[in-house]
Design a protein around this ligand. Sequence first.
Ligand code: BTN
Length: 234
Amino acid sequence: MSNILYFETLDSTQSYLKEHFTQLDDQTVVVAGTQTAGRGRFDRRWISEPGGLYFSVLLKPTKTDFLANITQLMALSICQTAEKYGIEPNLKWPNDVQVSGKKLCGILSEAVAQNGKIACLVLGVGINVAQKDLSHVGQPAVSLRELGVNIAKEDFLQAVLDIFFQHYEAVVAEGFSVIYPAYKERFPFLGKQIAVKNGTSAVTGIAQDLSPRGTLLLQTQNGPQEILIGDLIV
Ligand code: BTN
């Protein structure tokens, strides 16, 4: 059972855990009703208005070989939780959860190093639950409420954590292979022409497969390419 700390407002649940990780137990979860300085991937802002579910999980894994796969497990856990409420979400590699092309959830994964080694991983999750307005998101977005799901944020959070921690130790030990079939089943872009943007540059090609380590295998004009990080654009 995780220790869950609730705050009405924080600058960022992510920053809170990164600042306090030495005093906090493994698997501590921090939740905020709103964030004044929420952060997204690639240094983007994450506007965090009331109604959304904003939380970060502190992880101190015994083995740090598969951190990217732990993040993918969180995305999968959110997908599977949404499915329990009758939604048909899909994964947008690496960590987004979307419904009919609209963003439902984003995940920011940050490793903290101390004395030259990884001390912890902080997984930050933003889920659109019941915000009034999502026009600031910068891409098509949708909330659970718009999808007809009216659920208490705490209940959704608990369901996500239950699924995540059921598989967490196995992913820490063995990596992507633990979740490969479930992840692939929810990844509808295989065989499709896609682009992956990383900063200002983009690579285009056909999505061939996910590799055994959870990276994206793209068939480009210049041959096969393994993509380690980026934003998938379809
Ligand atoms: C993304 O860019 O899609 C990832 C967004 C992650 C937002 C969450 S909200 C809780 C946690 N605190 C933050 O400041 N960011 C993450």
